[in-house]
Write a protein that binds this ligand. Structure first.
Ligand SMILES: [Zn+2]
Length: 261
């Protein structure tokens, strides 16, 4: 029986001269691995090879007995292509796809996460983030927080993860610890050798999600570094695209605001 869904391609592997094995993230299906037979032929049902981050309506016959699903149709939604013209946007999109692949399980749907992911990709593709590194990074940070939440790994960001004391202006030092899964206060930091100290600004913006959009480029980059470190700790290995999303938005030539404060 064929299943229909809307999906984003999050990974491709060449299978033979003519076929690809795709990892697709479907709104209703969750993550699926499917073979797209003949997809690399110019004249196939898929109109050429399927690229990572392409999105569309899919039809597939589900996997059974450990085999791959078979993709029979992928009607790609037209893209404006702005994301592929702005390297930092493309890298952030690819990093988001890598994380979705690593942090979701097959056939475990997350419709909210799908909607966030797609809106992020579409806003970049249609140039709604105006190609501004800072705007793209804000969206990437928020996306990662949604992903952690959906994966059941929500970090503790409103209080000390160890002693539960609420974060507030009285905190003279704030740390983040992967091992503690969140913020750690000055009294508890000694127990967490992996902790890193946050700047006052990073602590303020990270502890209130609504404030993230008001953070300057340097603070966003600091927050992104904390998240990359935390995600690397969760997954236990290096993330392929991580080096392309940190340190970029504040480098000369980026549009980052380098003022210290
Ligand atoms: Zn504490």
């Amino acid at each position: 029986m064929l299943t229909r869904d809307r999906a984003v391609c999050i990974r491709t592997v060449d299978y033979s001269e003519t076929s690809q094995i795709l990892t697709l993230f479907g709104r209703l299906s969750g993550k699926i691995r499917a073979i797209a037979k003949g997809s690399k032929r110019a004249k196939s049902a898929f109109e050429g090879p399927i690229e990572v981050l392409s999105c569309g309506q899919i039809q597939y016959s589900p996997a059974y007995e450990g085999k791959l699903a078979t993709l029979t149709e992928f009607q790609q939604e037209p893209a404006r292509g702005q994301m592929r013209r702005h390297l930092f946007s493309l890298h952030c999109g690819l990093f988001a796809a890598e994380l979705v692949d690593l942090l979701t399980d097959e056939c475990d749907p997350h419709a909210d996460l799908f909607d966030h992911f797609l809106a992020f990709l579409q806003d970049m593709d249609e140039g709604r983030l105006e190609g501004a590194d800072r705007d793209v990074l804000i969206r990437l940070v928020l996306f990662q927080l949604v992903l952690l939440y959906e994966a059941g790994l929500r970090p503790i960001l409103s209080s000390c993860a160890n002693c539960k004391r609420s974060f507030g202006p009285g905190w003279s030092e704030t740390y983040f610890s992967h091992a503690a899964n969140g913020l750690v206060c000055r009294d508890c930091e000694m127990s967490f050798p992996d902790k890193i100290q946050l700047s006052t600004k990073a602590a303020k913006h990270l502890t209130d999600v609504k404030e993230i959009a008001n953070a300057d480029a340097k603070t966003l980059d600091e927050i992104e570094r904390v998240l990359v470190r935390h995600l690397t700790g969760i997954l236990g290995h290096k993330l392929k695209m991580a080096e392309y999303v940190v340190g970029v938005s504040i480098s000369p030539g980026g549009d980052g605001n380098l003022e210290r404060g």
